[in-house]
Structure formats: structure tokens, C-alpha cells
Design a binder for this molecule. Structure first.
Ligand SMILES: [Zn+2]
Length: 714
């Protein structure tokens, strides 16, 4: 079984997808990335068709690709014209590429109807064009357009077209399923028939109109094709082309055919995300191998089995393609999900309570997919035995309508608001909210939380928003925040209520936690949960913060958008101060360098301990903890790390348990290196050897993965 040659046409066929617009700079960037990844043929465009493609080839003449053969695309000469007089062929030669791909008609009906010429003239066009390009020293790849439809309609003519290109010296004969409607068996049959009559090696070029482009490409390889043309992420006209990345992974992992240089396979996910980013298209998270959902598990029964042996619910080890395993926690979850995500240091009763809490919160509109930061905080509270500690204000089922933010702190720092059952007044009141625990319980929980090391508790706030003609809109927020033994009142202005609240919170916390200055809000989303409730609907606010490295999401829910925002903002800051942010980061690092050794991507070190990675900085350990004291000391970044000092100074440190993962979430966080930092921390056996369908040998152990970027692109 010889190697299979990959041929990328993202820059030509891929750009025919609706919604893609690549600039010249984009095209150059993508070509270099494909080159670096190890794709042997990169088709750059059709220099005769537009000035941008001509400029692209000029740009690459100055700085050629390092490994890949650059290909210019063109078509056979026009009917009735001499090859040397055809401007498209001249442009293809002017591109000065080592290889030229020339497309010619292989379906008789296309020749007579679309082209409007005779079958004999078409054969002459093919023969003369190939010969002309060969005379000019080019490697010639002949794409037989509509070959499979042509073979079905008039096999003798389709084969005659191939024979004409072959006799003229074509280096490759590529059979195209241009309309994308063929079935694998028909593809295989036609490939075998073609192979019987020609000298040049065959290639395959499939479109996905029947959802079979990858299957057809693999069937063609099995039947004898040695080149596969496709596009990254399957971009292409109509339903797209064969996804070259899916093809590559299947060839390497399922068919035992090498098509990538050593090391490249583990960069597959990163390449896919890079191309999505440059194409400015949302990454397709359900894509095989490279989507974030490809190894994401949600059902409790799946996760339970996964813990025993990952291969029970995964067809390959995710690290082999640079992806990572994720386990979601939701109302569909069982304890296995929680145990997987949160590690093994929660006892059964605590796990059960946490699961109940999550289900209760989801019932109220919370959702933790994308809000792993809030989930990490819930788990932290469960670990510390201080449930709901950080939420003196506004959490559903507890304080909504009980400590209305409208009854918040006086400007002079007067007594804390304590007006149980005073809904309807102020921005935080929710008359419809169910009665919750009384305020005293909330206070006690908050006090216990502070004692356990929670960085701060928002006890109250007040927000006013105003608009004045000629002045515009402005907002002012006052907050009352408990930090250790101190209560801090501050006020701040902003251009809107959420902005003012954010500013006031940071101002209140700035003295104790100067490192909060590193944290920025980078995304803010509002989802209306009860569409028919109009402006009185409950909303879910999802915010995403970054410290310049990791990104983490947190969530708040309320009928009051300011209240929901306050919850999410406070969770975001709290998550960072507790050092839970890095592990709570969602997956995906788009543009990191591929790992050096793709077949050595096991995430766990030789002794079963987590390999060193970015997330190692957030592990909480007694040795690292600051000395206990009455007031929380201002957080200081740990040496060699931007991670804040954990405020944890009570209860057992999460890492004190043997083999336990670092504190916080273990949501897989794949990086380009194939060394997703979070799943590196998985203390369970990888069971890599048990992935049965692996045709390319068992993966080795990671000898020292290059940590990828912790964050994901903006
Ligand atoms: Zn095509």
C-alpha cells in the first residue's frame, strides 16, 4: 500500500462556496499554512480568470512555498483556437508554477451542449493542451470533469478523453464527480475501468451533493486512485468538496495509508480552525475529527462508560488529531459527568447535591455549556462546603426579590440592605420569583464563603440609568462588596448600566486584587428565555473574559438584565481570582504550531500524572497557598505564571488527593499541539491501546508537548 497524495484546492474550488471572500493576503497566508502543514500540492487559483489570482501567483514567485508544489488551474484551450493563442493558457504559464491543473470535459453531453463543439474537437483540445503544457516543462494534472456522469452515459467516450490526456503526457489523471451525485460503488467501478486503460496514476475529485464526497474519495483510493483532491473543511460550491482533513484522518487512521508527513496529523484540528478563522466562517463544531463536538460527551450513561474505557464511546483517541475530549454537565448528566469534569475529590453526597443544584439552575434557565467558569465556581463551593457562598444578591431560588439591589447601599456607606420580601422596587426586584431562603441564610452562606477563601461577595448594588437631551445616555452604579472582613462601597459611571456596574465592581476590588486589571470582558451575549413574555422575560447573560491568555465563560439568569449581568460579571472575576479560569477555558486554539510528533500525542505523562501544560499554573496546592490571615491578601501572581494566587485557604486543597487533577474543570482544551492542557490532567488511564480501529499503530507517550495558546481567537 503506497502513499496517497493530497491535493488541496481550498484556494480555488473552496472559494466558490457561498460566503467566502478571501483577500490576496488571506490566500497567501493559507497557502503558506497548507505548505507548512505538509500538503504536497496546493492549487492557488485560476490566473486567467481574475486579477487577484494572477497577483497571488506573482506574490509567490517572489517567495515560493517551501515544500508544496504550487499549482495553477486552467482549462483546455477553447474550441477552434490554437493553444498558443489562448490567453488563459498563457496566463497559466505566466504564473510560473511547477505544476498546472487543466480541466477538460469527459461527459459527451457537456461537450455538445455546454461547450457547443464536437466530440472529436474536445479530444483534440485535451490532447493539444496537455502537450502544450508539457512542452513548457510543467507537471500536468488533468482533471476529467464530470468523468463519472460521463462514464455512466458514454463510457467509451469518457475513457477516450482520459486516453487522450494520457497519450499527451499528463502526469496525473484525476476523475471528477463534479455534480457530487455518485455513489461509492459506482465510483469504484469507474475507477477500476479507468485504471485498466491508462499509464498515468489516477486521482479523485469529489463534490458532496449527496453527502458522500469523503466516502467516494476513500472508495476511489481503495479502487486504485493515488491522489485525492479536496478542500479544508470541505468548503466548495453548493454542498462543498470532499473535506480533505476528514479524508486525511481516515486514510491515516482507518486505512493504514500514509498521506501526511510525520507529525502533521496532530495538527489537523488547528489547521481546520485556522482556515475557518481566515475564511471568517464559524467553525463547524460537529465536523468529524476536528470539531469541538467530535469528542464531546453529554449523556451520563456515555460518560460513565467512558470513565472505564474511552474507546467505548470514541472511535479514535482525540489527541491523535489534535482535538480533545470534553464532557458536558447538564440536566442530562449523571454523576459520572461531574466526576469526570470536576475530578475525583468530591464525595458522593457532595456530588449528588451539586448535581441537584445544577439541575435546579438549568430548570431556571442556566446553561453551563459555554459557562464553564460558573460551573467551576459551583464545584469550588461544593468542595469547600459553602454552597451558594458568593451570591448574596440575586441568585434564583435564593435571593431574587429578597435582597433587591434597588435597596442597595447608601452612598455614604450605611447599613446593608436587609428588606426581605420587598420586591418591586429597584432594578433587581423580581416579583414573580419564587420565595427563596431568607436573607439571614444568604448572609451566613456568604460569611462562610468569605471564611473559606472566596475572594469577594457582592452584597448589594444600585444602578441608575438616565438619558438627557443633548447629553445622551449615562449610567451610574454603586456597589457594596465584601472582601474578607471588609465591606467596600464604591460608585462608578459608565456608558450603560452594565458598563457602570463593571466599573464599580473593579473599583471596589482594585485595591485588594490589583491583578484584576488583566481581566477584560471580551464577549457578552443575552438570550431571552421566555419568548412570549415580552420585555418581562427572563434572560440569560453569558459573558466571556480573558486575561490575555485563557478565555472563560460565566452565566447569570434573571428577569432583570442588569442582575443577570452582575451575576455573570462577578462569577467571571471570582473565577479568575480563584485560579479556576484556565481550566474553565473552552476548547480551541486556532493557530498554534503543530506538535513535533503526531503519533506521540498521549496527553498523560509516563507515570500517569498530568503532563506540564498551561493549565498546570492553576493547580491549587497547600504549598502554594498564601498564609492564612484575617483579611485576604491581595492576590499576587505566582512565579513564572500570570495565574492569580488562589484565595483558597480553607478546606482540603483539591490537589492534595493522590492522582487528583488540578482544581476546577477538566473540560478538554485542545490545542494545535495535540496536547490539550485540560485533558492532560485526566488522571484516568487513556486506554489509547484499546481504540480498535486504529490502522496506523498505537500512539506513543508524549515526550513533552508544546503547549498551545490557551485561549481561542477573538
Ligand atoms: Zn470541483
Amino acid at each position: 500500500m503506497g502513499d496517497v497524495i493530497l491535493y488541496d484546492t481550498t484556494l480555488r474550488d473552496g472559494t466558490q462556496r457561498a460566503g467566502i471572500h478571501l483577500t490576496l493576503a488571506d490566500k497567501v497566508r493559507l497557502a503558506r499554512r497548507l505548505d507548512a502543514f505538509g500538503i504536497p500540492y496546493v492549487e492557488g487559483g485560476w490566473p486567467g480568470s481574475n486579477p487577484k489570482d494572477a497577483a497571488f501567483f506573482r506574490a509567490l514567485q517572489d517567495q515560493p512555498l517551501e515544500r508544496a508544489r504550487l499549482v495553477a488551474f486552467t482549462s483546455t484551450r477553447r474550441p477552434g483556437r490554437r493553444v498558443q493563442d489562448d490567453p488563459a493558457l498563457t496566463a497559466a504559464l505566466d504564473a510560473a508554477t511547477p505544476a498546472v491543473c487543466v480541466v477538460g470535459k469527459a461527459w459527451d453531453r457537456h461537450v455538445t451542449v455546454a461547450l457547443g463543439t464536437t466530440l472529436a474537437e474536445n479530444l483534440a483540445m485535451v490532447r493539444e493542451t496537455v502537450a502544450f503544457l508539457k512542452e513548457h516543462g510543467r507537471e500536468v494534472i488533468f482533471d476529467a470533469e464530470h468523468f463519472f456522469d460521463g462514464f455512466a452515459a458514454n463510457p467509451d467516450y469518457a475513457l477516450a478523453v482520459l486516453a487522450a490526456a494520457d497519450a499527451a503526457g499528463a502526469d496525473w489523471l484525476v476523475l471528477c464527480d463534479t455534480n457530487g451525485g455518485s455513489l461509492p460503488e459506482a465510483i469504484a467501478r469507474a475507477v477500476r475501468a479507468a485504471a485498466a486503460g491508462v499509464r498515468a496514476p489516477l486521482g479523485i475529485h469529489c463534490h458532496d451533493d449527496a453527502g458522500l464526497a469523503v466516502a467516494n474519495s476513500l472508495a476511489a483510493v481503495a479502487a486504485g486512485c493515488r491522489m485525492v483532491q479536496g478542500t479544508v473543511n470541505g468548503y466548495g460550491e453548493r454542498c462543498g468538496n470532499a473535506n480533505l482533513l476528514t479524508v486525511a484522518a481516515n486514510l491515516e487512521l482507518k486505512m493504514g495509508r500514509r498521506c501526511l508527513p510525520p507529525g502533521a496529523l496532530a495538527g489537523l484540528t488547528a489547521l481546520s480552525r485556522f482556515v475557518s478563522e481566515v475564511a471568517n466562517l464559524p467553525h463547524r463544531e460537529e465536523a468529524p475529527y476536528v470539531g469541538a463536538n467530535a469528542f464531546t460527551h453529554k449523556a451520563g450513561i456515555h460518560v460513565s462508560a467512558l470513565l472505564k474505557e474511552p474507546a467505548l464511546y470514541e472511535h479514535v483517541e482525540p489527541a491523535r488529531v489534535g482535538n480533545g475530549r470534553r464532557v458536558l454537565v447538564s440536566e442530562l448528566s449523571g454523576r459520572a459527568n461531574l466526576r469526570y469534569v470536576l475530578g475525583s475529590d468530591l464525595d458522593e453526597p457532595a456530588l449528588a447535591r451539586l448535581l441537584e443544584r445544577i439541575k435546579e439552575l438549568e430548570n431556571q434557565g442556566y446553561q453551563f455549556e459555554g459557562a464553564e467558569g460558573t460551573l467551576a465556581l459551583l464545584a469550588w463551593e461544593a468542595r469547600q462546603g459553602v454552597p451558594e457562598a458568593r451570591q448574596a444578591v440575586g441568585r434564583p431560588g435564593a435571593a431574587e426579590g429578597i435582597v433587591p439591589p434597588g435597596s442597595g447601599p447608601d452612598a455614604d456607606g450605611g447599613a446593608p440592605p436587609d428588606r426581605p420580601g420587598a420586591p418591586g422596587k429597584g432594578s433587581g426586584a423580581d416579583p414573580a420569583a419564587p420565595p427563596g431562603r431568607d436573607t439571614r441564610d444568604r448572609r451566613q452562606a456568604a460569611t462562610a464563603g468569605v471564611a473559606a477563601g472566596i475572594p469577594f461577595v457582592v452584597e448589594a448594588y444600585r444602578v441608575t440609568a438616565a438619558h438627557e437631551s443633548g447629553v445622551g445616555s449615562r449610567a451610574e452604579a454603586t456597589v457594596k462588596v465584601r472582601v474578607g472582613g471588609r465591606v467596600i462601597h464604591t460608585a462608578a459611571e459608565g456608558n450603560g448600566p452594565v458598563n457602570a456596574l463593571d466599573a464599580a465592581l473593579r473599583k471596589a476590588l482594585g485595591e485588594a486584587y490589583p491583578n484584576l486589571g488583566r481581566v477584560r470582558l471580551v464577549d457578552y451575549k443575552v438570550r431571552v428565555l421566555e419568548g412570549d413574555a415580552g420585555t418581562g422575560a427572563r434572560v440569560r447573560v453569558l459573558v466571556e473574559c480573558t486575561d490575555g491568555q485563557a478565555r472563560w465563560g460565566t452565566v447569570g439568569v434573571s428577569t432583570n438584565i442588569v442582575e443577570a449581568s452582575c451575576q455573570a460579571l462577578a462569577d467571571g472575576l471570582c473565577c479568575y481570582l480563584l485560579g479556576l479560569h484556565a481550566a474553565a477555558a473552552p476548547p480551541a486554539a486556532p493557530d498554534a504550531a503543530p506538535a513535533l510528533d503526531p503519533h506521540a500525542a498521549s496527553p498523560v505523562g509516563p507515570d500517569g500524572a498530568p503532563s506540564a501544560g498551561p493549565d498546570a499554573t492553576q493547580s491549587t496546592n497547600l504549598d502554594d497557598a498564601p498564609p492564612a490571615g484575617p483579611d485576604p491578601a491581595p492576590a499576587v501572581g505566582r512565579e513564572g505564571s500570570d495565574a492569580p494566587q488562589p484565595a483558597d485557604r480553607g478546606g482540603a486543597p483539591p490537589n492534595a488527593l493522590e492522582g487528583a487533577p488540578p482544581a476546577g474543570l477538566h473540560v478538554a482544551s485542545p490545542t494545535a499541539s495535540g496536547a490539550g492542557p485540560s485533558h492532560l490532567a485526566d488522571p484516568r488511564p487513556t486506554a489509547a491501546e484499546s481504540y480498535g480501529s486504529d490502522a496506523a499503530g498505537s500512539p506513543g507517550r508524549a515526550s513533552g508537548p508544546t503547549p498551545g495558546a490557551a485561549g481561542r481567537p477573538a
